[in-house]
Design a binder for this molecule. Structure first.
Ligand SMILES: NC(=O)C1=CN([C@@H]2O[C@H](COP(=O)(O)OP(=O)(O)OC[C@H]3O[C@@H](n4cnc5c(N)ncnc54)[C@H](OP(=O)(O)O)[C@@H]3O)[C@@H](O)[C@H]2O)C=CC1
Ligand SMILES: O=C(OP(=O)(O)O)[C@H](O)COP(=O)(O)O
Length: 211
């Protein structure tokens, strides 16, 4: 049984926590965040152990009647692996802590490939992730590119690829950040980061493809 910690209980973290909870060989050791609003109340309702990332967060959580088990370091001490689901750039800052505590970690698509040196998409490179100390699960958009091109490549139908990604939805509170790219808001930089990102998952399969 492996004890898994989730840092950041937002859009992705709440799903990761529920998924861990469903596995026979994993135990959710706790979730750690800075929020004290309705979002963390979902974790309270599910009886997950809650940890506060900062002292201010702990004070706010307690003032909202949330029982706090400790801080992030307390959670890491009782965990074998951490899945960091904090917003982009925050997770990269946490990497030094994970390395110092010698704990394996998984980051998400908001971070750069170099942060872990391995980028993961199960269909493409599950085997190469075994026994690593760290990996990064690429974003939903990069995964969609990988799944589409991998299917075409396996069917021997792929010479090269040039794609336009139309993102039709976004987290509502981030809609002002260009989330609905190429639908209402055009992507300003070509190639967008998802093409090179796909190559970082599978450099051999994708190396022949222009960006
Ligand atoms: N949303 C999506 O559709 C997808 C997101 N991703 C990637 O997943 C990762 C997480 O994104 P997402 O779930 O959307 O992010 P969210 O903003 O929904 O959730 C992140 C949570 O972490 C909290 N947080 C902020 N700072 C800290 C900290 N120092 N310690 C602990 N918790 C903290 C946030 O609080 P607060 O809100 O107060 O900042 C929030 O509750 C990113 O790398 C993103 O790029 C990948 C695929 C899809
Ligand atoms: O919505 C996402 O992340 P975000 O909340 O950091 O913008 C998804 O990870 C999509 O990210 P992408 O724009 O890197 O494909």
């Amino acid at each position: 049984m492996k004890n898994i910690a989730v840092i950041g209980y937002g859009v992705i973290g709440k799903r990761v926590a529920d998924a861990i909870n469903l596995q026979d060989d994993m135990k959710l050791s706790g979730v750690c965040d800075i929020i004290s609003d309705w979002r963390i109340q979902n974790a309270v309702r599910k009886k997950y152990d809650i940890y506060a990332a900062t002292q201010e967060a702990e004070d706010r959580m307690k003032s909202e009647g949330i029982s706090v088990k400790g801080d992030m370091h307390d959670l890491l001490k009782k965990s074998d692996l951490v899945v960091d689901c904090t917003p982009k750039k925050i997770a990269a800052q946490n990497v030094a802590i994970y390395k110092e505590q010698n704990i394996k970690f998984i980051l998400h698509g908001g971070e750069k490939h170099e942060t872990t040196g391995h980028s993961f998409s199960a269909e493409n490179n599950y085997q190469s992730a075994l026994n690593l100390d760290a990996t990064r699960v690429v974003s939903c958009n990069t995964t969609s590119i990988l799944r589409t091109l991998t299917a075409l490549k396996r069917a021997n139908l792929l010479d090269y690829a040039r794609g336009t990604l139309l993102r039709r939805a976004t987290d509502p509170w981030e809609s002002h950040l260009g989330g609905i790219m190429n639908t209402m808001v055009p992507e300003k930089d070509i190639p967008s980061h998802q093409g090179p990102d796909a190559k970082s998952v599978d450099p051999i399969w994708m190396s022949s493809l222009p960006q």
